[in-house]
Design a protein around this ligand. Sequence first.
Ligand SMILES: Cc1cc2nc3c(=O)[nH]c(=O)nc-3n(C[C@H](O)[C@H](O)[C@H](O)COP(=O)(O)O)c2cc1C
Length: 216
Amino acid sequence: MSYLLHIDSSSLGEASISRQVAQSFLDGWHGEVVHRDLAAAPVPHISAAGITARATDPAQHTDEQAAAAAIQDTLIEEFLGAGAYLFTVPMYNLTMPSVFKAWLDQIIVFGRTVKRGSPSQVAGRPAVVISARGGSYGPGAPRYGLDYVVPVLEALLGHEDMFGLDVTTVIPELTMAPHETALAALLPMHEASMAGAHHRARVLAGKLADVTSAAA
Ligand SMILES: Cc1cc2nc3c(=O)[nH]c(=O)nc-3n(C[C@H](O)[C@H](O)[C@H](O)COP(=O)(O)O)c2cc1C
């Protein structure tokens, strides 16, 4: 059976709430896991050599293009080989951590991993995105509409013209409530959100295990 590709991007290591919720998922997952920690080992930003290598015959690559292409090939192979995905992508300044965007820019290659009008090789595979944030961005919140993490990831990972993954999101919110007195009144909402996120992660692990073993 193929593996779960687990990618972390919070800089906070074990203190990361996204990572802690991911652990609840992993506690219920018994298959093989390939783990990549983008905060501990960031992948390079896409370079001119990396972009031009995509449209150049490998036999004609410069040394720089060959090195950049080798990084893309490794990351793409790892991504395409997975049967399911677990991504931890917290909110940093309303969007995703730059290390995660750098990884996406390496693996989204039009004409190769993503083809307009035809499903990608990974279409339909399940993906769980866990995205902790200090505030709240749901309906009714003052910052509703300012979440540029989850909608962007749903488009890049889930849209049928992109990877077409079957994306489910888990959003532990108000994580700054225990640390900011101005948010103290929201502590019960934060605690409910945390309990819900851990529960949802455990349930999703069971569901994904069933889906991937049925597909194997
Ligand atoms: C660089 C940085 C930027 C942040 N920007 C936001 C933000 O725009 N909105 C927000 O609600 N929280 C923001 N936060 C708070 C984090 O989203 C919050 O601490 C969350 O729990 C981080 O996820 P993690 O615990 O998985 O690391 C930011 C935190 C950092 C370190």
